[in-house]
Design a binder for this molecule. Sequence first.
Ligand SMILES: *[C@@H]1O[C@H](CO)[C@@H](O)[C@H](O)[C@H]1NC(C)=O
Length: 217
Amino acid sequence: MATRVAMGAVFLVLVVASSSSSPALASNEEGDALYALRTRLSDPNGVLQSWDPTLVNPCTWFHVTCDHASRVVRLDLGNSNISGSIGPELGRLVNLQYLELYRNNLIGEIPKELGNLKNLISLDLYANRLTGPIPKSLSKLNSLRFMRLNNNKLAGSIPRELTKLSNLKVIDLSNNDLCGTIPVDGPFSTFPLRSFENNNRLNGPELQGLVPYDFGC
Ligand SMILES: *[C@@H]1O[C@H](CO)[C@@H](O)[C@H](O)[C@H]1NC(C)=O
């Protein structure tokens, strides 16, 4: 009898040990990252109510979309009346393709950790109250096609490193507090000036061949 109990205990330990190394853990890490985001946000309309951290992964949570392998590929929280700061946790959602946080009341800086989202196609943070600089790390987002950061309070210059984003098709940095000059290389040769309008301290396109005098404005 005692042996049977002991064996049962050993079995239980083995089950627990093996489940902690199963693929479900990978998606749980993404669930943990999303739940960390939830805890820092204020959510008066209850759009995050279904975000239950005890579920095996976040794939059934509202506004979260996973692929066939239970990896989080979309976060759709535009127009959700959420407030608070974004924080570094989102940088752990390395499979994310669409980050849609537009038209909320988000404050604070854009975390440099978003530069870890190598699969990101669309970064939509427009119409919030974000401050601070545009992180240079966003130049690591090689898959990025859409970057809309307009209608915030972003300051500083447009990082020259962003000219490396060869897949970028659309950028909107209008209605911020950016300064310096507008890059002209890479994809920036195709963007219309209205993508940069209403930045009172932005001086227009940089002159080719000249180092902009206000590089570090
Ligand atoms: C957004 O939340 C605020 C409370 O923070 C509330 O007063 C307001 O009615 C909400 N707006 C919408 C459109 O739900």
